[in-house]
Design a protein around this ligand. Structure first.
Ligand code: SAM
Length: 196
């Protein structure tokens, strides 16, 4: 878990966050309801956006990221708890949450299938699964470039893979797609699923 990645994450992301990402995050998070779990909450960039939810339980494995999120957690308008955990092993009972959210996280989780099985388990049947991710592009030329760049990118960005086909993996787990929006020729996607 990189301390440097945590240090540079917000300044590097800021230009995108102030423009298109902010709108995508708002669109995604206003769909959340009830008890919410956020996976890989990072520096807590989503924390100020939670409004009409009961509470948020955020999990994040990188302690340096958690440290940087605490200020936003304190200022949030809903109760937020942050735990140092990984998505592949969630310390919660079955059907604990109404909504599960992850933003720019499934590109980095080492075992995506295991994490999705945990999401299915801890989310209530019929609950919402809300994702904002960068994914493998459908254009084969651009997709190949993403795959070529991934070994280098992953080293700089703490394990982040540019060529994860997250849409297919989530569908294969049996979640029902409610909505899919694509941005920048399908490089970024916003997805709402219903838990089965
Ligand atoms: C690119 S950052 C995104 C942070 C934040 N969600 C955002 O939207 O800006 C990816 C985050 O996923 C976290 N992460 C990595 N492996 C994880 C895992 N196995 N389970 C949960 N989160 C993980 C990283 O520590 C990092 O904070």
């Amino acid at each position: 878990m990189s301390e440097n990645f945590a240090k540079w994450y917000d300044p590097l992301m800021n230009p995108l966050e102030q423009t298109v990402f902010k709108k995508i995050r708002q669109d995604l998070i206003q769909r959340a309801n009830g008890r919410v779990m956020e996976l890989g909450s990072g520096t807590g960039i989503n924390f100020p956006l939670y409004k009409d939810v009961e509470n948020v339980t955020a999990i994040e494995p990188n302690p340096y990221m958690i440290q940087r999120s605490l200020n936003k957690k304190e200022k949030a308008s809903v109760p937020i708890t942050v735990l140092q955990q990984s998505a592949e092993e969630l310390p919660f009972s079955d059907h604990s949450f109404d909504t599960v959210i992850a933003t720019l996280v499934f590109c980095t989780i080492p075992n995506v299938e295991q994490a999705l099985q945990e999401v299915h388990r801890v989310c209530k049947p019929g609950g919402k699964i809300l994702l904002f991710e960068h994914v493998l592009m459908e254009n084969p030329v651009l997709g190949k470039i993403q795959t070529r760049l991934t070994p280098y990118w992953s080293k700089i960005c703490d394990g982040c893979c540019l060529d994860r086909d997250t849409v297919s993996v989530v569908r294969q787990q049996g979640f029902e797609m409610v909505e899919l929006k694509q941005y920048y020729r399908g490089l970024f996607i916003m997805m709402e699923f219903q838990n089965h």
